[in-house]
Design a protein around this ligand. Structure first.
Ligand code: BTN
Length: 241
């Protein structure tokens, strides 16, 4: 595996996209940085990460066997890869649909996956991961960040942790290559935040109580309301209240 370490960069996702345009990259190439000057989050948000305290990295995969309609499986396998590493260090980790990593009610890691399509297939995917590790104070307006150090009280070795995460993500990827996507979908569903019971949600029409029924192949969240109605949402069409 090819690991590129940068002291600082605008965004590791952006760097990897530019690298892919310039030259041939080995599958699994990973770009890690001590500090991102313009770390990107989902929906055009920025990603806060204090220099040298956390993991901010991106890796490239070439899942050209996947159709564009199946791309949500990439979010599922990456979230699971991260969750399963964090499970070794703490209790209470879950995946908040579609792909935020939570510890109880707080966000410990974010994932930004950017797929490039060729026809109806995926040509390459840039998977950006920000994991809050040793940071103790968060200053941005991010609503509910938390770090591994805040949770466990101990300092983590970033290099060792990065290795564990990459191993874990690659082992999920291997399952995908071996057609074990059913297993990934099953474990993803059972790792979801608010997996059990009825909780409050809000959509364009207001608040309602519902429980998670399933996540569709294309990544839609399927809820059953307390009056038995089934509702399906794409990202941002519904929020957890
Ligand atoms: C989110 O908003 O939850 C996604 C955050 C993703 C942040 C990571 S940090 C490494 C990679 N490079 C970026 O610019 N963003 C991702």
């Amino acid at each position: 595996m090819n690991l590129i370490y940068l002291d600082e960069v605008h965004s590791t996702n952006q760097y990897l996209h530019e690298l892919l345009q310039r030259e041939k990259c080995e599958e699994g190439t990973c770009v890690q940085t001590r500090f991102q000057k313009a770390g990107r989050g989902q929906q055009g948000n920025s990603w806060e990460s204090e220099a040298g305290k956390n993991l901010t990295f991106s890796l490239v995969l070439f899942p050209d066997f996947l159709s564009a309609v199946d791309q949500f499986i990439l979010s599922q396998m990456v979230s699971l890869g991260i969750k399963e590493v964090l499970d070794n260090y703490m209790e209470g980790v879950s995946i908040k649909w579609p792909n935020d990593i939570y510890w109880h009610e707080k966000k410990i890691a974010g994932i930004l996956i950017e797929n490039s399509l060729m026809g109806s297939h995926i040509e390459h995917t840039v998977i950006g991961i920000g994991l809050n590790v040793n940071q103790e104070l968060f200053v941005s307006s991010a609503p509910n960040p938390v770090s591994m150090k805040q949770i466990t009280g101990r300092e983590f070795n970033l290099e060792a942790l990065l290795n564990e995460l990459l191993q874990s993500i690659f082992s999920q990827y291997l399952k995908l290559i071996q057609d074990e996507d059913g297993d990934i979908r099953f474990r993803y569903l059972n790792s979801l935040y608010r997996r059990d019971g009825f909780h409050k949600y809000a959509d364009a029409n207001g608040e309602f109580m519902a429980r998670i029924e399933k996540v569709s192949q294309t990544g839609r969240l399927c809820l059953i309301t307390d009056s038995g109605e089934q509702r399906e949402y794409y990202f941002k069409e519904v929020s957890f209240v």
